[in-house]
Write a protein that binds this ligand. Sequence first.
Ligand code: GRF
Length: 202
Amino acid sequence: YRIAVFASGQGSNFQNLVDWANDGKLGAEIALLVCNKAQAPVVERARKAGIDCLLFDPKAYASRGEYETEIAAELANRGIDLIVLAGYMLLLTPVLVDLYAGRMINIHPSLLPSFPGVNAIGQAWNYGVKVTGVTVHLVDGGMDSGAVIAQQVVHIDEDDSIQSLEDKIHTAESELYPKVVSWFAKGRVHISGRKITVEHGI
Ligand code: GRF
């Protein structure tokens, strides 16, 4: 089972997935990193891990669809089964969304549908909610709007700061995302419209 991770930034989720794969816990191979920023720390992480990196500069193309067509060809060449978005800061077009419908997932640092879009942790902090968390969802054409696969709750306590909240959220991401990827690799995820079920205990 072969995975492509799309990321634009720090790559802590990318690193965590690579670590799980190397420990044999993911049940899948991270076959490719796709990245739109040559200077992003995630690129160096891929180099160190010996994982191929497909770098592209969106400004060199007339449209998003154009570079996504090139990416799609690379994914097909490498037999990619699942696209895992991990801090990929570009919206996707139907070129990839339709091609990988039901086979492309994202992680978002809130309990969707609360606080979609950028700075979700700050949005939740400023709103003053007592409970937030992380969501893994299918990717559709919208912003953080695809069907929910799994969520993990994070409590905001009175002694939390925005920084300690960020730490808790990132810990929750590092626990939940590889688990969900491993469910896909084992064929345990069943999709029926917005109702997604996961077979456990098999
Ligand atoms: C994570 O918080 C994720 O939820 C969001 O983007 C961030 C990526 O962080 N989609 P990193 O690049 O994995 O460190």
